[in-house]
Design a protein around this ligand. Structure first.
Ligand code: DC
Length: 239
């Protein structure tokens, strides 16, 4: 009997976690949950309403009264459709400025509590690949498989640079490196749920993960382990 487990994939900007998470989800027939998209959607709503990303009370109230839903986009397109109070904001949340806002509001404990509650509800049935910063440590501390992807700042900035170019933008490398550093600093030094590897997580350095083949190898290892999952007599799962 197939045991549908919970897979946590954490890592900093540009670590390749989205690519890996989406492919693992597709290979396993699991639901892909991009928690960063939830922080981004909330940051977008605050911007539209003129609520400061540093206003802890305002942001907490906003988080409690907002619906963020993630829907699979269909077989060919692996990314999710992100709905903010019903509206499709999938494209709008990808702006660099909104990513920075997501990182800022992610320092507010009340915002985290509201979003973590939604994320845990999404994972209750199992069969999920959830990606973010605190999935293995806080959101799903008992996830059956926890992966932490890391990579050098330079390589991650290079990926981000190419991604921006691919979107028709004209990024400046020095600025992209600075942005990546700033985001790393904010995400890993916040007091509540900082970005870090879970003690029982497996770290994979993706600095050399430039070739498609290497991505596939990481995905294959995760999928092979997930497929071995069996339910034990005491109700636990063995991989
Ligand atoms: O994964 P991403 O770059 O789309 O996430 C944007 C920001 O959202 C990230 O810099 C910090 C915040 N975030 C978070 O605090 N916790 C998560 N689980 C996911 C994202």
């Amino acid at each position: 009997m197939d045991t549908r487990i919970r897979i946590a994939i954490d890592g900093p900007v540009g670590s390749g976690k989205s690519t890996v998470a989406k492919r693992v989800a597709r290979a396993m027939g699991y639901t892909y949950i991009d928690t960063g998209a939830m922080y981004r959607a909330l940051a977008l709503k605050a911007k539209r309403k003129g609520i400061s990303w540093d206003d802890a009370d305002g942001m907490t109230a906003l988080a409690r009264s907002t619906s963020v839903a993630l829907e699979p986009a269909g077989a060919e397109d692996e990314t999710s459709v992100v709905r903010l109070d019903g509206e499709d904001v999938s494209r709008a949340i990808r702006e660099t400025e909104i990513g920075g806002g997501a990182s800022r509001i992610g320092t507010i404990p009340g915002v985290r509590r509201a979003l973590v509650e939604m994320q845990r509800t999404m994972a209750t049935a199992g069969g999920v690949v959830m990606e973010g910063r605190d999935i293995g440590t806080v959101v799903l501390p008992d996830a059956e498989l926890k992966i932490f992807l890391s990579g050098s700042v330079e390589e991650r900035a290079r990926r981000r640079f190419l991604e921006l170019q691919g979107k028709g933008k004209t990024p400046v490398m020095a600025e992209v490196i600075e942005e990546v550093r700033a985001r790393d600093h904010q995400d890993s030094t916040r007091a509540d749920s900082p970005l870090k590897k879970a003690d029982d997580g497996v770290e994979v350095d993706t600095t050399a993960m430039t070739r498609e083949q290497v991505v596939e190898e990481i995905v294959d290892v995760i999928v092979a382990r997930a497929k071995r999952a069996v339910r034990t007599a005491d109700g636990g799962v063995s991989l």
